[in-house]
Unconditional design. Structure first.
Length: 114
């Protein structure tokens, strides 16, 4: 299985926290950078880069999430995580895990609302 599989989405109140997980096959997890994109409500909105983590441990974050969201990986479990803290309503989106910007999961919905 090449397609990553996300889990952990749901409803959270503003200011709350949530952690997304993404499991991938070892064949892609061990060689490609892993990342998260998101697409907010409305078809016209493009997928926004949230965070990327290379196999060397380098990270890159979108400006809107810096300081609040953290990407990490567990090599033993072939899993990448997205820890989301101090969530805001504008973080509401479908979050997609990807490997090397080529292999995409089906997405996990995160809704931030009171």
């Amino acid at each position: 299985q090449v397609q990553p599989v996300e889990s952990g989405g749901g409803l959270v109140q503003p200011g709350g926290s949530l952690r997304l997980s993404c499991a991938a096959s070892r064949s892609i997890f061990s060689v490609f950078p892993m990342g998260w994109h998101r697409q907010g409500p409305g078809k016209a909105r493009e997928r926004e880069m949230v965070a990327v983590l290379t196999t060397e441990g380098n990270t890159n974050y979108g400006d809107s999430v810096k300081g609040r969201l953290t990407i990490s990986r567990d090599n033993a479990k072939n899993t990448v995580y997205l820890q989301m803290n101090n969530l805001k309503p504008e973080d509401t989106a479908v979050y997609y895990c990807n490997a090397d910007f080529r292999f995409w999961g089906e997405g996990s919905l995160v809704t931030v609302s009171s």
